[in-house]
Design a protein around this ligand. Sequence first.
Ligand code: KIV
Ligand code: ZN
Length: 511
Amino acid sequence: MYGMNIDDIKKKYMDLQDHINIFDTTLRDGEQSPGIALTVDEKIQIAQKLDKIGVNTIEIGFPAVSEGERETARTVKALGLNAEICGLARVLEKDMDALIDSDLSYVHTFIGTSPLHRDYKLKMSKEEVLNKAVTAIEYAVDHGITVEFSAEDATRTEMDYLIEVYKAAEDAGASMINIPDTVGVLTPIIAKSLVHDIKNALNTPISVHFHNDFGLATANSLMAVEAGAKQAHVTVNGIGERGGNASLEEFVVSLAVAYDIDLDIDTTQLYNLSDFVSKITGVKMAPNKPIVGDNAFAHESGIHVHGILENAATYEPIKPELVGHSRKIALGKHTGASAIKSKLNDFNIELSEDQFCSVYDQIKELGDKGKTITDADLKAIAVTELSTTPNKSIELLGLAVMSGESVSPSATVKLLIDGEEKETSKTGVGPVDAALNAIKSLIQQTTFIELEEYNIEAITGGTDALAEVFVVTSDNQGNKATGRSTRDDVVMASVLAVLNSINKLLVIKNS
Ligand code: KIV
Ligand code: ZN
């Protein structure tokens, strides 16, 4: 992948641990995102899915906060999942007691260590902060609790003091030292050197908890792993305070694919998990969200689609199946003929060369108007094309409509009828009616035609949906013919459907 053997790079530049623990905090830090509040049942369902996918630790909540949090923790703990169930606690005896009361035996405990937190939030000296941390860790350990200790706002704490606090936590019995980048100020190189220095000063495994304020949480977490971190805190879809946390799916896939580290995570469940959490939390994913976004494996441009159809690896870093996602060939103005042909093939629609050219032109025209064409749109356009009469004795040369508040809707239609140009304007109850009246008046100079049926449907939702118009016309000899058209303009779709039907009727009449 890098033009150099990954194992050589790993040996030379990285201090990778054999196994990286995935500590998921979707249900704690993720739930702290504004607007998210999960019920006990929702938390249980997410915890079960996280466990199924293979995360090592699930931070279930903050037991000291409420009886509801404690009840959730107890219920999830009682499920006997493979993952360790962890609760958050301040360095307070009462928080540890709440955790014990929740039947948990793993605590993630924290206290702010930066000057900002000491001076403004805690109003404590350096010694007071350190002593409080030590006392709480000792209390938890004495009660048989495994302790993971976080120096909140570690990345804005004086380095010598930070190491002093971490050493004291280690001596007090903490089993994991966590480095939170509480307001996401780290950059990758600094993350790597910070983890490297803290790791060298301690004997306890290092964990990181990086926030995404500058969009660097996943990159920073990967650098922490390169520097020897044993564990990273992540959340599904990267949800969390403000800009969120490092995202589970991005971190896991990068480790597995770019670093070739086996995590025992079932990556094929990532898309489902992301979708589930998105629906339950109401936090929608941006289409361009890596790994799980709608566009993560979507292709529109002709060059890319051509490459994808030959060999998907040309424009995809991984197979969508690896994360349980699916490939999407989107149609729009960048679409090439091969993409349209491949889709029509999937739909079992066979078109003549002329019909295909017409479908292709319509797709380009719609794309130029800024519309993304869905599969349903393409099917409707192609089916319309299939049902069009090849020999048009009446052709549309021009159409103009006018409608408004205080004027009668009117339409001017110009037709080529048997080689002769004819034009007229008519009014109607609406622009479609006016246009159809104009057509009727032009045609009826030579032939009697009646509109028997008129149906209109929007193919997809939205104000720019394509309109599919289906009509039936009849003549005075009892002949009937259907007509169909699909356009983004309702009047145009109606006019073309009627002309399509009339042309068929003329074929029947003259045969
Ligand atoms: O971001 C943070 O600092 C936290 C703490 C609770 C560790 O989430
Ligand atoms: Zn956090």
